[in-house]
Ligand binder design. Structure first.
Ligand code: ADP
Ligand code: GLC
Length: 490
């Protein structure tokens, strides 16, 4: 199968969160299963990629769209990346979505409308790659949301050359996070070339605006999200962020596929970024990583203090307020906390304030550091992730693989990937809160402390987590099934 995986970010080149990890690992797994997978993403500034694997393809300017080039390059894991090179749109200081000051780029509509358009073109006979056309275009999150619409347009009205008989790729839209929807003024519909008939409620309209995510949900042949629980949750008002009705109406096309983890990168036995590698049989070596983390963060070098870790975007989603609320209790019980994260200035400041007050017990690093993320996974005793919603979440899976039982909220992918140690003592891998509030957090924290004080029990919880299989193979097989269904559904 020729699969185009369209995404705004891909690790290790550009990553702001879990989508970057998924965009690296899922295509590689699909390729290892014999499929021809190409990853389409913008060529951002400063991306260090060597090795072009073919000729650059010129994309001529068309209507409002600028001229660009597609550069095929080989990524670190062997997958072909198609880099969309258009310096005016993508070569900028700052991140993929926001400028150095944290503000959305003013022309994100153009930047990601263009990405969507090229993704769709790669699924038609107008594919810019002379010798390659996708059978399936897999669009990820709102920046690729218009791709399914453009494919539907090519199918309904014929390609730009006016030939409606040409086959057009099937489309799959994956939601990694309903909180980000790509909402712009409806006046941009003209520039984007969206047919009049599709500008209403049954099309891209969202409270008078134009929603790129809604476009993807309405026009994709299949919709997926990143865990079975989140697939159910987003059909409710509480989690649907205004699009639950759209999802209920398309429930027959919606499925939840749990993410996996890249075990070549997240494996404590082979991790070069940590102080001391270890495995299920050498768990005592984990103590060296704890000591290294304490020393690096300036925490008291106490092997017996229960050390909690957080690696997270600092946003309301991640329940950082619950961590702050429970901190007094955590410290009173003799615990320590090491946080790595960046984002919301208020949360950042509150965490830094806590670190200032208890420097031997609380350490906060505001930055994005792959190395430190690995150091925390390996060095902490317990990982905190009390998210208010979590489509999938990867860190709770990394934690289990690293023998660092996670404490999580009962939502989305957290619910689907962590087994509570009290509910299921034989197979428990962590601590699942009963409810998502201060009481739920403190209760789970107490249970975690109790378990930690019982070394035999703790070892069992660690071993259960490490024995759990979070590889990508099963999930990739499920995606293939969805791709086939999407092709059949056209
Ligand atoms: P989300 O995508 O919502 O941010 P996930 O748990 O799916 O949450 O994925 C987050 C990914 O980003 C993980 O690989 C995590 O280690 C990484 N990450 C988040 N914040 C940082 C940071 N400050 N430094 C390094 N890695 C980070
Ligand atoms: C999003 C979600 C996270 C998920 C990731 C990758 O950023 O917030 O839960 O793991 O996408 O699918």
């Amino acid at each position: 199968m020729n699969i185009l995986f369209a995404t705004p970010e891909c690790a290790p080149y550009v990553k702001t969160g879990g989508l970057g990890d998924v965009s690296a690992a899922l295509p590689a797994t699909l390729a290892s299963m014999g499929h021809d997978v190409r990853v389409l993403m913008p060529a951002y500034r400063g991306m260090k990629i060597s090795g072009e694997v073919g000729d650059a393809a010129d994309i001529p300017a068309y209507g409002p769209w600028p001229a660009a080039q597609l550069l095929p390059v080989r990524s670190d894991n062997g997958v072909t990346l198609l880099l969309l090179a258009c310096p005016a749109l993508y070569q900028r200081p700052g991140g993929p979505y926001v400028d150095s000051g944290g503000r959305d780029y003013h022309d994100n509509l153009m930047r990601f409308g263009f990405l969507s358009r090229i993704a769709a073109l790669l699924g038609t006979r107008h594919s810019p790659c002379a010798d390659w056309r996708a059978d399936v275009v897999h669009a990820n999150d709102w920046p690729c949301g218009l791709a399914p619409l453009y494919l539907a347009q090519a199918r309904a009205f014929g390609n730009t050359a006016g030939n409606g008989d040409q086959p057009v790729a099937a489309s799959v839209m994956t939601i990694h996070n309903m909180a980000f929807q790509g909402v712009f003024g409806m006046d941009s519909a003209e520039m984007l070339g969206i047919p009049h008939a599709w500008r209403g409620m049954d099309g891209v309209e969202f409270w008078g605006h134009l929603s790129m995510l809604k476009a993807g949900l309405q026009f994709a042949d299949a919709i997926t999200t990143v865990s079975p629980s989140y697939a159910r949750e987003i059909q409710t008002e509480a989690f649907g962020v205004g699009l639950d009705g759209v999802l209920r109406a398309r429930a027959d096309r919606l499925s939840g596929i749990l993410n996996g983890i890249d075990t070549r990168i997240w494996n404590p036995a082979e991790d070069k970024l940590i102080a001391q590698s270890y495995g299920p049989g050498t768990l005592e070596a984990k103590a060296r990583n704890k000591a290294a983390l304490q020393s690096r963060c300036g925490l008291a070098p106490d092997p017996d203090a229960m050390l909690f870790g957080v690696v997270s975007r600092l946003t309301a989603q991640k329940g950082i307020d619950l961590v702050l609320g429970g901190l007094k209790d955590l410290l009173a019980r003799g615990g320590q906390l090491a946080v790595l994260g960046q984002g919301d200035p208020g949360l950042q400041q509150a965490l830094q304030e806590a670190a200032k007050q208890s420097p031997r017990q609380v350490a906060v690093t505001v930055s994005f550091s792959e190395e430190m993320a690995h150091g925390i996974e390996a060095g902490a005793d317990c990982f905190l992730m009390p998210s208010r919603f979590e489509p999938c979440g990867l860190n709770q899976m990394y934690s289990q693989a690293y023998g660092t039982p996670p404490l999580v909220a009962p939502v989305g992918g957290l619910r689907d990937s962590v087994t509570d140690a009290a509910q299921d003592p034989a197979r428990g891998t962590g601590f699942v809160m009963d409810r998502i509030d201060a009481i739920g957090f403190e209760d789970a924290l107490r249970r975690a402390f109790d378990a930690f004080r019982d070394p035999q029990r703790w070892r069992r919880i660690q071993a259960n987590g490490m024995a759990r299989h979070f590889g990508w193979e099963e999930s990739a097989a499920q995606y293939l099934q969805v791709y086939r269904q999407a092709m059949d559904a056209q």
